[in-house]
Ligand binder design. Structure first.
Ligand code: HEM
Length: 211
């Protein structure tokens, strides 16, 4: 759990995120909306691989800044939400919500709805990512709520797969990021399953140590 969000860590994650957005826009000629969307997806991916990795491998140092996985998760999660929100706002400037999500709007409306649900859940998790709120909720309820990060990831993955694989942006088939994102999603699933299986093994060893 990462209950402390420090300004220094926020500044570092924020600067790196915006630098990556700028690389996408100015070097790779990607639109602002898609650049923020992709950085948001990458940040969400980082939040989700940190959980299983820390369960598989204990942090090796006691320095709070060097214990990268646990102590940076809150900041990365909050920047995931801020970049996703910026993506949504830029999309909204181009077309009103009533055009993006409407009855009879087909796959485009459905995938936008999935994105909107993911954004709403992201808002819930962001609002509950601060020390005082965690103390108010209690660790167990907080943990339960924050498992929703996986739901957000699968909603966003479906949202991305639609745009990359089923809508062509005028071209046939996905681009490099589409394939990379699918590989990232598969890695999240593999890590989640591995941590689950190792958890069962550990439990079995504790319950019946001779087996
Ligand atoms: C947690 C919230 C969201 C995340 C993380 C997210 C992320 C993404 C990603 C990764 C893509 C694919 C970019 C690519 O081609 O590689 C995308 C595309 C897109 N998303 Fe989202 N999205 C979110 C919410 C929304 C919402 C709420 C809407 C609108 C209601 C929306 C509308 C779009 C549109 C129209 C595209 C097509 C490309 C563009 O015009 O930007 N997204 N999004």
């Amino acid at each position: 759990m990462d209950a402390k969000n420090t300004p220094v860590q926020h500044a570092i994650v924020g600067i790196l995120s915006l630098a990556l957005v700028s690389i996408f826009v100015f070097l790779l000629q990607i639109s602002w909306s898609v650049a923020f969307a992709r950085v948001s997806f990458i940040l969400l991916f980082l939040v989700l691989i940190i959980g299983p990795i820390t369960r598989l491998k204990k942090p090796i140092t006691h320095s709070p800044y060097l214990r990268v996985p646990i102590t940076w998760r809150g900041e990365i999660g909050i920047w995931f939400f801020l970049t996703a929100l910026t993506h949504f706002i830029i999309v909204l400037i181009g077309s009103p919500l009533s055009d993006l999500i409407k009855m009879g709007g087909g796959g485009f409306s459905l995938t936008n709805l999935l994105g909107l649900i993911a954004l709403f859940l992201g808002l819930l998790l962001t609002a509950t990512s601060f020390g005082k709120v965690i103390v108010f909720l209690g660790v167990e309820s907080w943990k339960w709520l924050h498992h929703l990060a996986y739901v957000i990831f699968y909603l966003v993955s479906a949202h991305l797969v639609y745009f990359q694989f089923f809508s062509t942006y005028g071209e046939i088939g996905p681009d490099w990021f589409g394939y990379l994102a699918v590989a990232m999603a598969v890695l999240v699933i593999i890590l989640q399953l591995t941590a689950f299986v190792l958890g069962i093994k550990k439990h079995r060893n504790e319950v019946c140590p001779i087996n």
